[in-house]
Design a protein around this ligand. Structure first.
Ligand SMILES: Cc1cc2nc3c(=O)[nH]c(=O)nc-3n(C[C@H](O)[C@H](O)[C@H](O)COP(=O)(O)OP(=O)(O)OC[C@H]3O[C@@H](n4cnc5c(N)ncnc54)[C@H](O)[C@@H]3O)c2cc1C
Ligand code: FES
Length: 255
């Protein structure tokens, strides 16, 4: 059984902006096993059911993994109020992450909290000496987090970076060999759909990370289904985002 529950210590916490914090947890097992695109399911204090978060970074040497949490409701509000030293129940690493094999260039695109898993993917690929281009999109300058000067930056209102969505950003990339270039995208559904369509127009492979509502996070409750194409009479089948995903080939997803 690959489902493993840990009691882990929160060891660091910083706020990246008014509603988003970055938390570091001590758990050598998760830090050493995790790969980009995987997530953890973390207990949210007094709130029923754990909440899923993409792994944002790992420090294998010190056995620490990081997540970013944007407050959107009760669970994320409780988690953001956790203080270092607290012991927290956690399942992970969960799900299937990004498969980068066979590509010379990887384009990573993230929007909103999607920049957290993108950060882990970037760190991993750079440590492997891969050719990586990152494009991140935010609503406005106050929402910009974890951005690096080498990244292509877009904002909807144009108060920093290129004005527009991430499509305006990735449009500036010169794609010389589409068959050897992979684009990975984590963000809101309309953004992933638009990036998938952009990649399809260029005959490029595209991986998207679906963020369905989840409960068990481990393939048991069936509450996180994603529709993927299928040869059967319906033309689609339901698969579990937490188990078969959260990363899917964009051409398989029934948007
Ligand atoms: C695989 C995966 C990775 C994720 N990674 C991150 C991450 O790195 N950082 C981060 O901040 N959040 C991430 N999320 C989303 C996060 O899990 C939810 O924001 C959180 O569960 C909300 O809990 P809550 O109790 O605060 O809000 P709730 O009270 O449960 O909901 C508040 C509002 O948020 C909406 N909402 C809740 N969950 C989701 C969801 N999964 N997708 C879209 N809308 C949702 C609800 O519809 C509602 O409008 C991820 C989700 C998944 C499935
Ligand atoms: S969250 Fe329970 S099956 Fe996916």
């Amino acid at each position: 059984m690959d489902r493993k529950e840990y009691k882990i210590k929160l060891i660091s916490k910083e706020f990246l902006n008014s509603d988003t914090c970055y938390l570091g947890f001590l758990c050598p097992d998760i830090a050493s096993k995790a790969y980009p695109g995987q997530f953890v399911n973390i207990s949210a204090g007094t709130v029923f059911l754990k909440r899923p978060f993409g792994i944002a970074s790992v420090d294998k040497e010190n056995g620490i993994f990081y997540i970013g949490v944007k407050v959107v409701g009760k669970g994320t509000s409780e988690i953001s109020s956790f203080e270092p030293g607290l012991m927290v129940d956690c399942l992970g690493p969960l799900g299937k992450g990004f498969d980068f094999e066979g590509y010379d260039t990887i384009i990573l695109t993230g929007g909103g909290t999607g920049v957290f898993p993108i950060n882990f993917a970037y760190e991993t690929l750079i440590s492997q000496g891969k050719n990586v281009i990152v494009c991140e999109g935010f609503r406005n300058a106050s929402q910009v987090i974890l951005n690096k000067p080498s990244y292509i930056l877009t904002t909807d209102c144009g108060d920093c970076g290129i004005k527009g969505t991430v499509i305006a950003g990735i449009d500036t990339i010169d794609i010389s060999e589409p068959s050897k270039t992979l684009i990975c995208c984590v963000g809101p559904i309309p953004m992933m759909k638009a990036v998938a369509s952009w990649a399809s127009d260029k005959n490029m492979s595209c991986l998207v990370s679906m963020e369905q509502r989840m409960a068990c996070g481990a393939g048991i409750c069936l509450c996180c289904t994603v529709k993927v194409k299928d040869d059967g009479p319906d033309g689609f089948k339901n698969v579990r985002c937490c188990k078969e995903g959260p990363v899917f080939d964009s051409r398989e997803v029934v948007w």
